[in-house]
Design a protein around this ligand. Structure first.
Ligand code: SF4
Ligand code: SF4
Length: 387
């Protein structure tokens, strides 16, 4: 005979599956002591630098679910796949790569709305009034620690949660509740001897298995980094303009990942699977807000995205981008002008040299002046080596 807890657990899982969640696991609301120790160590060693909201207080709160919801008994760990294939792009425009998670609409709203419906459905189906709080990539809740303990997946050496069915192409959501449910067992799977993601990361950001140095990660540099991208990192970014998928694309577990069945995450021809670079150099604040209103890309803000576009064009190195870049040397944001000067310096040529000389005369920002001077040296070297 099934206990009430088992019946309720089955009902919760069935309701979650019916609402489109691909994986659902349950864990207790006990403290995450191990995680707290590791996370605090990483914070202290500077590996999370540049994420101001990720601080010790947040880690400590997140490690104690009963502080987030007094009386909490269970956490429902949910995963929804966002795996789709990109539509083919025709033409020969300069294109920048976008991380797969940002190809469709902002996932937070999709996940929050769905979790809210799930909570209502649980109350209705079980005929109980439950207290619950939802999280999706926000607040102190430890999404990956919860997913691991709930058996949704295991930690990959690239620090993503890997699931057997959908790989790491999953959005994670959590519902913390006072409902008593039957916890699942942790996954026994591991990456084994594989080190592909570590070997293939272009920046060496995975400094050891399961340890990511944020300051080297292209995802951090192109999304969360609000200021200058360190000059030594720029050539390593290639043509990524928002995020980076390399350590997921190369992961053998992801080869078998099932595609998403969620209509909201299907990428049509208007999705942002890649971005045409030259038009973005002159995008206005208003155009940026309108175009990316419902996309995760808006997180980079206009200046951050145009900065990334400059870096990508510098790395692509095609001289036909120079006229548009020269125009961007007058951008209102000094950070954009700096990266634009760098890009022009990378591409080189006599037109570049002349444009940088003019910009140097007109520039009043000390940091930009320094970048233009460096770019002029770089251009000079390219001219000398090609004579
Ligand atoms: Fe490296 Fe890109 Fe993965 Fe960051 S997202 S760890 S840069 S491969
Ligand atoms: Fe693990 Fe290999 Fe995937 Fe890296 S590439 S996360 S080591 S299975």
């Amino acid at each position: 005979m099934h206990s009430n807890i088992e019946n309720n657990t089955k009902a919760v899982k069935d309701l979650a599956a019916a609402l489109g969640f691909d994986i659902v696991g349950i864990t207790s609301a006990l403290d995450f002591d191990d995680f707290e120790v590791i996370a605090l160590e990483r914070l202290e060693s500077g590996l999370m630098d540049g994420l101001p909201w990720y601080n010790a207080e947040r880690v400590k709160r997140g490690s104690k679910p009963s502080e987030l919801l007094p009386g909490a008994r269970s956490i429902i760990s949910l995963a929804m796949s966002y795996m789709t294939e990109p539509p083919s792009v025709s033409g020969n425009a300069f294109m920048g790569k976008v991380g797969r998670y940002a190809w469709g609409p902002d996932y937070h709203k999709v996940m929050w709305d769905r979790m809210s419906v799930l909570i209502d459905s649980i109350s209705r189906e079980l005929q109980v009034s439950i207290r619950a709080k939802t999280y999706c990539d926000t607040g102190p809740m430890l999404d990956r620690a919860v997913a691991k303990r709930a058996g949704v997946g295991w930690y990959g050496k690239n620090t993503n949660i890997l699931s057997s069915s959908h790989g790491s192409w999953i959005f994670l959501g959590q519902i913390i509740t006072d409902l008593v449910l039957q916890p699942d067992s942790e996954s026994k799977k591991t990456c084994g001897q594989c080190t592909t993601c570590i070997d293939m990361c272009p920046t060496g950001a995975i400094i050891a298995p399961y340890v990511l140095d944020n300051s080297k990660c292209i995802s951090f540099l192109t999304i969360e980094c609000r200021g200058e991208i360190p000059i030594q990192m720029r050539p390593l970014i290639g043509d990524w303009v928002f995020g980076c998928d390399i350590c997921q694309d190369v992961c053998p577990v992801n080869r078998k990942a099932k595609p998403t069945r969620e209509p909201a995450f299907q990428v049509g021809e208007h999705g942002f699977t890649s971005l045409e670079l030259i038009p973005l150099l002159s995008i206005t604040d208003l155009e940026f807000k309108q175009r990316f209103a419902n996309s995760p890309i808006r997180r980079a803000k206009r200046s951050g995205l145009v900065r990334n576009v400059c870096v990508a064009l510098g790395n692509i190195g095609d001289i036909s981008a120079i006229p548009a870049l020269i125009h961007t040397l007058k951008d209102k944001d000094p950070m954009v002008r700096s990266h634009c000067a760098w890009a022009i310096g990378q591409i080189g040529g006599s037109l570049s040299y002349k444009a940088l000389e003019v910009a140097l005369q007109e520039e009043s920002d000390d940091d930009v002046v320094a970048e233009i001077t460096l770019a002029l040296d770089q251009t000079n070297q390219i001219i000398k080596t090609t004579i």
